[in-house]
Write a protein that binds this ligand. Structure first.
Ligand SMILES: Nc1ncnc2c1ncn2[C@@H]1O[C@H](COP(=O)(O)OP(=O)(O)O)[C@@H](O)[C@H]1O
Ligand SMILES: Cc1cn([C@H]2C[C@H](O)[C@@H](COP(=O)(O)O)O2)c(=O)[nH]c1=O
Length: 285
């Protein structure tokens, strides 16, 4: 007798060309009736060649939605573009925003419709664009929550978007729900850049929660400002203890493991010295 997993695999691989696919699949497993057709045989290139990107060859998410609305048979809906999630993490100054902008611009260059979102908490360079530490810019939507994106854009415009870039993802509490809806349901390619960890090396926001949803995860490194080795962590140079503190090189620096640990000692020692100075001051008054 065939195992359930081998039966599921042949059902998935048989696809819509098998006339018996949908009824049998629906009967076996309700999941298989979802508009989802993984290409198990051949990974899809991240940036497909321009030739294959005509609207005909690569149906837009809008087209996918139209089909999912029931105006064409469910079989065709299953063939519509399936979404993707790509996650770029790393410490500050690692090139996350640079990588995000390159990816989004490359997608735009191949004819896809792209939209870029950042958190409105990050007002370092104004709210109308995402800006790298090198000054490269791209126009964006600055939003308080990702759930407001569809309303801001309007349904029609949202449907036309193929690729959604999200910068400063650590500041969005609804990151998981947004990404799963955008990719799984709406067929979008979502590229997410954000800090995996905060200055204490604790997980930051919901960035790590979307890793199970992701097609790819890339952890970038910066250069340690103190020794030029690879830097995987962000050191906060001030005494501020709240998790969210917007800033750049004035407040943070990228560091290697050794200098992160050394940095904690220096910061703690500074705090003790300052506490002593403060209490001496109070005693004097
Ligand atoms: N310590 C630093 N201070 C300021 N800029 C830096 C520093 N280290 C690297 N950079 C620059 O920042 C660029 C990366 O910027 P960006 O893509 O905005 O990074 P991230 O989004 O990861 O913070 C690097 O290519 C480099 O030129
Ligand atoms: C480590 C750390 C960072 N932040 C803030 C500081 C910046 O405004 C952003 C990160 O920007 P980048 O594009 O990755 O350079 O996050 C914070 O609020 N808390 C932290 O612990």
């Amino acid at each position: 007798m065939r195992s359930i997993s081998s039966a599921m695999r042949s059902l998935l691989l048989s696809g819509p060309s098998s006339p018996a696919f949908l009824p049998r699949a629906t009967a076996l497993c309700p999941l298989l009736s979802l508009p989802f057709r993984p290409d198990l045989s051949r990974p899809r290139p991240l940036a497909p060649p321009a030739r294959s990107l005509s609207k005909k060859a690569a149906p837009t998410a809008a087209a996918a939605r139209t089909r999912l609305d029931g105006r064409v048979p469910a079989m065709e809906a299953r063939e519509a573009q399936s979404g993707e999630i790509h996650v770029i993490v790393g410490p500050m100054f690692a090139g996350k925003t640079t990588a995000l902008l390159r990816r989004v611009q490359a997608e735009a260059g191949t004819g896809r419709t792209v939209a870029l979102i950042k958190s409105d908490k990050d007002n370092r360079y104004g709210l109308d664009s995402v800006v790298t530490h090198d000054g490269t810019k791209m126009a964006c939507w600055a939003l308080p929550e990702l759930s407001t994106f569809q309303d801001k854009l309007g349904r029609e415009a949202y449907d036309k978007v193929d690729v959604i870039g999200i910068d400063e993802a650590q500041f969005f509490d609804d990151l998981h729900d947004f990404c799963s809806k955008a990719a799984d349901h709406d067929g979008k390619i979502v590229v997410v850049a954000g800090l995996d960890g905060d200055y204490k090396r604790n997980k930051f926001g919901s960035v790590l929660d979307i890793i199970p949803l992701a097609n790819s995860v890339t952890k970038l490194t910066a250069r340690c400002e103190l020794c030029d080795r690879r830097a995987s962590f962000t050191l906060r140079k001030t005494q501020e203890t709240r998790t969210e503190l917007i800033g750049g090189a004035d407040v943070y620096m990228p560091v290697c493991r050794q200098h992160y640990l050394d940095g904690q000692i220096v910061i703690e020692a500074t705090r003790i010295v300052m506490d002593i100075e403060r209490s001496t001051e109070v005693a004097r008054c």
